[in-house]
Structures are given as structure tokens and as C-alpha cells.
Design a binder for this molecule. Sequence first.
Ligand code: FEO
Length: 169
Amino acid sequence: MNKEIEKLLNDQIKYEAKASMQYLAMASWADETGYNGIAEFFYNQSQEELDHMRKLVKFVNERGGHVVIPALDEPVSSFDSLNELFETFLESEVFVTGKINHIIFECLELKDYNVHNFMQWYVTEQLEEEAVARTLLDKLNIIGEDKSGHYLFDRDINMIAAEADQEEQ
Ligand code: FEO
């Protein structure tokens, strides 16, 4: 495996792990704050990011590369509002999309079509996740400070996310 690509994939392993821990911290905050639906949503997101990470680990190993399991900084674990929580979600997804696009770019530059092909799955996944994050943030902006709106948002979040997912497909 090309060393430059190996390094980029290892970096990506770290970003996926980081996103997973960040979403776990967000799930825990929501759980503690009484937003059980939002907590469930982020527990699931955290698990998905772990799956993304593991998929990369396996791929690098299958291709004869060397995987470095990263040390991580502590995630942000306290939020002033639901808006801040979901802004953090969107920022994280936009960041990951940028990194994936960079890998795609480098794959083309270095003519590594195998990795390029493998990374297409991540491109599609990021489109969906960014769309979900934007939809949820849009809903929250409409709701504003309305407490009963937050209650309904918490109750319906999995449904809203599923709808956003479907619209994207
Ligand atoms: Fe796997 Fe949403 O980044």
C-alpha cells in the first residue's frame, strides 16, 4: 500500500474514532439532561462511527498496510443548548466529509483506484449524515426556545432522522 495513502487512511481511522467518542459524550449529556430520544440517536450515531472506523482498520490490514490505533483527546461533554449540541454534530460531519474528499483527491493524484473505489462508500455515507444533521438543526432553529417543541423534537428525533435519510436516497 502506498505510504501516503496508508497515512491518510490511518488519519481517517482517528477521525472516525474521534467522532464516535464525541457522539457518545453527546448521548451521555442528553441522557443526563432528560432527552432520551436524542440520547438514543447519538448512541446509535456513536456506534455507526465505530463501524466506519472498523471498516477502515480491516481494509488497511487486508491491503497489507499497517494500522495505528490512535490515542484520542477528551471529547466536548457539556453543551449549553440543543442547538449547540446539533451544531457540534454538523461541524463534526462537515469536517469528516472534508477529510474523505481529500483522500479521494489523493487517490486520484496517486492513481490508487482500489482505495478510491473503497472510499466511495464513505462519500455516500457522509452525504446522508450531513443531510440528517442539517435537517435536525433546521428543525431546532424553527422550534427556537419553545420547551414543548423540544419535548416533541426529543420524542420524534428518530423519525425526523429517518425521513431526512429517505429524502437523500
Ligand atoms: Fe463516519 Fe459520520 O463520519
